[in-house]
Design a protein around this ligand. Structure first.
Ligand code: ADP
Ligand code: MG
Length: 238
C-alpha cells in the first residue's frame, strides 16, 4: 500500500505559477480530500500525482519512490474523472476491461478482475449494456469500476460526483466510503463540495490560490479553522 508525499511542489504554465510550493504527506490507506474554490489548483495537483502534468519544481514520492518522471501507467494509481468518458461503442464489460487488455493482461484474468469489480459495485446485471443504456449514476459507477479493475494502490478522484443530481450524489458518496473500507487503498479526492469533504475525509486539505491554507481532520477544521478563509469555507465562525 502506498503513501503519497509532495515536497515543495510547484507548477507553472509559462510565467503563471498556479501551484506555489506544496508540502504534504498522505499516509497509506488514508482518505484525503482536497477542497478549495474553483481555480485554486486542485485538479492540477491531482494531475501531477497522476503523471498527467509535469512537475515544474519539487518532488513527488509514491510508496517511498521518487515518481516525478515515472510513466503514469507505472505509478500504481488510477484516476476517476468528473466527465466519465466511457467508450460509447463498448459494453460495460469491455469498458472495464479495456485498460487491462491494452496492457496485455490474459483474457481469463481480465474476466476475473472485471467480475470482481462488478460485484463490488453491483454492476453484474449491466455488464452487457452499452453506455447509452445506462443512467448517469450507473455510468459513473462503471467509471469507478474501470479504476478498480486495475487494482491501484492509490485512487485519485477529480470531482467524480459533480455531474450527478443531489440524491444520486448522496448515494454515490456512501458507495465511495464503502469502497474505501473494502479496498483499503489510499484515496485522494478533489471536490468543491464542503459536505462531501466533511463526510468522506479522514484528512482535509484546504487550498487557496495554489497554496495549502490548512490540513486537518474534518472536526479540527470545523472547530478550529486557521483563518477566516478556512472558516468561511468549512469552519464555524471563529
Ligand atoms: P481547480 O481544479 O481547483 O478548479 P485547476 O487546477 O484546474 O483548478 O487550475 C488552477 C489554475 O491553473 C487556474 O488558474 C487555471 O486557469 C490554470 N490552468 C490549469 N490548466 C492550465 C493550462 N493547461 N494552461 C494554463 N493555465 C492552466
Ligand atoms: Mg478542477
Amino acid at each position: 500500500m502506498s503513501s503519497v508525499t509532495l515536497k515543495g511542489v510547484r507548477k507553472s504554465y509559462g510565467s503563471l505559477e498556479v501551484i506555489k510550493g506544496v508540502d504534504l504527506e498522505i499516509e497509506s490507506k488514508a482518505f484525503v480530500v482536497f477542497v478549495g474554490p474553483s481555480g485554486c489548483g486542485k485538479s492540477t495537483l491531482l494531475r501531477m500525482i497522476a503523471g498527467l502534468e509535469h512537475i515544474t519544481a519539487g518532488e513527488l514520492e509514491i510508496g517511498g519512490r521518487q515518481m516525478n518522471d515515472v510513466d503514469p501507467s507505472k505509478r500504481g494509481i488510477a484516476m476517476v474523472f468528473q466527465s466519465y468518458a466511457l467508450y460509447p461503442h463498448m459494453t460495460v464489460r469491455e469498458n472495464m476491461g479495456f485498460a487491462l487488455r491494452f496492457a496485455g493482461v490474459a483474457k481469463e484474468q481480465i474476466a476475473r478482475q472485471v467480475d470482481e469489480a462488478a460485484r463490488i459495485l453491483a454492476l453484474e446485471p449491466l455488464l452487457d449494456r452499452v453506455p447509452k443504456e445506462l443512467s448517469g449514476g450507473q455510468r459513473q459507477r462503471v467509471a469507478i469500476g474501470r479504476a478498480i479493475v486495475r487494482k491501484p494502490e492509490v485512487f485519485l478522484f477529480d470531482e467524480p460526483l459533480s455531474n450527478l443530481d443531489a440524491e444520486l450524489r448522496v448515494h454515490m458518496r456512501i458507495e465511495i466510503a464503502r469502497l474505501h473500507k473494502e479496498l483499503k487503498t489510499t484515496m485522494v479526492y478533489v471536490t468543491h463540495d464542503q459536505v462531501e469533504a466533511m463526510t468522506l475525509a479522514d484528512t482535509i486539505v484546504v487550498l487557496r490560490d495554489g497554496v495549502i491554507e490548512q490540513v486537518g481532520k474534518p472536526l479540527e477544521l470545523y472547530e478550529d479553522p486557521a483563518n477566516l478563509f478556512v472558516a468561511g469555507f468549512i469552519g464555524s465562525p471563529k
